[in-house]
Design a binder for this molecule. Structure first.
Ligand code: FPP
Length: 245
């Protein structure tokens, strides 16, 4: 442990409510070990468990993980199929423990585009955890932020067309309430692993006032210590939400 890590002491009264992760670098992590990319994705699921349990312990209310983007369909078929099998691996291994820790599972994205077996596994995890009150672990799965915004816009247009609402009823809160992610608070902290510094169509609306942290660590190596470091950095940022202090 280096000096900075030794001195990390988190302010427990200022824990981010919602942390969103772009879990990047699984493929490169595996390649470095001369293993197939799928090995990296498999290790990545272990990181989700580890970080969810620690976030829950710290009192974080919501954690969203970018598990599959609408653009990821462009990957080789065997990799796509492998990722679609990961929910089964993940929930078979960890659902019991997540339930014991009061974690609730949710999802944003087009689950209907996944194979039926994958849909059923995820729906079952959501059902079994629906009354839990701890961390909301949300999988962004077959998700794209622009698509989410377009879906909301269409829904609102339809409601106006049917005379259910007036154009003047539409404000930021109303728009937010129609998003797939309406059950989640705004993101406070966004962490992208593996050194890439872009958003890749992830939660564009929800990240409006988030603090961003880009770490060179690849997702399979991201651990509790890295999470603490990121929260410490967040706590030392000056969040002004457009105002003055
Ligand atoms: C990016 O790494 C990561 C992904 C595409 C996500 C893979 C999915 C998981 C780790 C977990 C899914 C789990 C469940 C339960 C749904 P990359 O392949 O882009 O890495 P690279 O940039 O090094 O190639």
């Amino acid at each position: 442990m280096d000096d900075q890590e030794k001195t990390i002491e988190l302010d427990m009264s200022n824990i981010p409510q919602h942390i969103a992760f772009i879990m990047d670098g699984n493929g490169r992590w595996a390649k470095k070990r001369m293993m197939p990319r799928t090995y990296g994705h498999n290790e990545g699921t272990k990181t989700i468990r580890k970080i969810a349990l620690e976030a829950n312990r710290l009192g974080v209310k919501a954690m969203t993980v970018y598990a599959f983007s609408t653009e990821n369909f462009a990957r080789p078929q065997d990799e796509v199929q492998f990722i679609f099998k990961l929910p089964k691996t993940f929930f078979e291994l960890y659902l019991k423990e997540l339930i014991e820790n009061n974690v609730k599972i949710s999802l944003i994205g087009h689950l209907e585009l996944a194979p039926e077996a994958t849909q059923n596994i995820i729906k079952e995890a959501i059902r079994q955890t629906k009354d839990n009150t701890g961390l909301n672990l949300c999988f962004a799965f077959i998700y794209g932020s622009r698509d989410e915004i377009v879906c909301s816009t269409k829904e609102i247009a339809q409601r106006v067309k049917e005379g259910l609402i007036d154009v003047d009823d539409i404000d930021e809160n109303y728009f937010q309430s129609t998003l797939m992610s309406s059950h989640l608070p705004d993101v406070d902290l966004m962490i992208r692993t593996s050194g890439e510094q872009r958003l890749s169509n992830f939660m564009l609306w929800q990240l409006a006032y988030a603090e961003f942290i880009f770490t060179p660590v690849c997702w399979p190596d991201f651990d509790e210590k890295e999470l603490h470091k990121a929260i410490w950095l967040y706590q030392n940022r000056d969040r002004r939400f457009g105002g003055l202090k």
